[in-house]
Design a protein around this ligand. Sequence first.
Ligand code: NDP
Length: 478
Amino acid sequence: MNGAVAMEATRRRTQASTNGKTSEQSEQPAQWGRAWEVDWFSLIGVIGLLCFAPFIVFYFVMACDQYQCSVSQPLFELYQGETTLLSIWARAPSFTWTAAKIYAIWVAFQVFLYMCVPDFTHKFIPGYVGGVQDGARTPAGLINKYEINGLQCWLITHALWFVNAHYFHWFSPTIIFDNWIPLMWCANILGYAVSTFAFIKAYFFPTNSEDCKFTGNIFYNYMMGIEFNPRIGKWFDFKLFFNGRPGIVAWTLINLSYMAKQQELYGQVTNSMILVNVLQAIYVLDFFWNEAWYLKTIDICHDHFGWYLGWGDCVWLPYLYTLQGLYLVYHPVQLSNAHALAVLLLGLVGYYIFRSTNHQKDLFRRTEGACSIWGRKPTYIECSYRSADGSNHRSKLLTSGFWGVARHFNYTGDLMGSLAYCAACGFGHILPYFYIVYMTILLVHRCVRDEHRCSSKYGKDWKRYTDTVPCRLIPGVF
Ligand code: NDP
């Protein structure tokens, strides 16, 4: 609350320049981050998501389990009166203690790795940035430190998975698929528990009260979060842990489990399953390879930690981002060589654009513009902003490379990669295409949200940037 008063009080004239050219003085709005006030439209969306998102996840997973991945069949049968919601619910596998044990061991193991594995990879892998890294400046003006060790944790987890599958045989590699719905109940318990804990913690023992935001609306606070960077102790950072692990480490293991199930059921693994595994593994590995860069993305820099991130990371991500592999267990599609090649190319080109765009911004920001982008000195808009503590800061917005093509070309590359995962499943059902529909909504909404935030952070300087780079995702279209 004090932050609001401080932020409201901090408006003043600052100077900005474009590649050294001085622009007019601009009135800089002092606040950024998520909203302080909730309009009716947002509130309805928030309540709708809180009520329906868990059922959306259940619906897709249940459609695979009971209806061979047909999204329309359950609705059709309900409409015809051939089934009821109660009978669908009754047929769904329920919570089991076996699943609870697997899930508890999994989460505890990831917490252990996160807290205890020292970063060693950066010492012998050139180009990899690990160890203790700075996050971005928070609205209250703090710079948090993060221990980056995601790559090691991913490598250790997967090494153990392969050693088990090929040597120890402690558990079957299909264990995740075999317990998929019971595990979903456990993931929901964790997702709700962590979101509720973060909500209560924000009121009673926040990590940094200056970076808390209360809107006065309990649903919005619960969903979008109050605390900016909740932590336990010095190092257990909720956002870094839950965003990256257990969900993203699990992503590739879940796909491997689907692959093992295909092998078990049909005696072979299809090229579509291999494509999905490979393309998504590139994306996941990229995430951990660039975990230090991830500290500068919207999730960590701008979003508060609430149900949206807590439940989303525990349930939405592992269950809906892996729908392609799940679908391929029920429908083992063998693609023609031409189709497989087209999917591979789309995925790799999308990844290239995604990675290069993100890399260009990261390089540009790290070197403060003293770098080369596409063989030239970068062009940029210089801008300034104020944090809640009243300090004035300078920043730069890149306008060359992919950042001169569109303001969020990294999202465009991400969408191309997402489409490739879906197209790998052929055209038999719409269920695997949910991912591209969801990612389009997510990234377009994120684009609008980010631009709103940047506009309130940078004021007139942001306007100069949007005049220089007019399109968001696709040049000449949007
Ligand atoms: P960005 O990495 O694009 O970060 C946006 C921020 O970058 C802005 O808020 C601004 O922050 C800064 N910025 C904006 N324009 C410029 C510029 N021209 N030059 C320099 N800095 C600029 O967005 P995200 O964090 O959303 O996404 C990161 C990646 O993660 C994307 O590639 C996205 O596709 C991917 N992603 C994937 C998701 C998934 O579920 N698979 C979900 C979300 C993202 P500042 O205040 O520092 O100026």
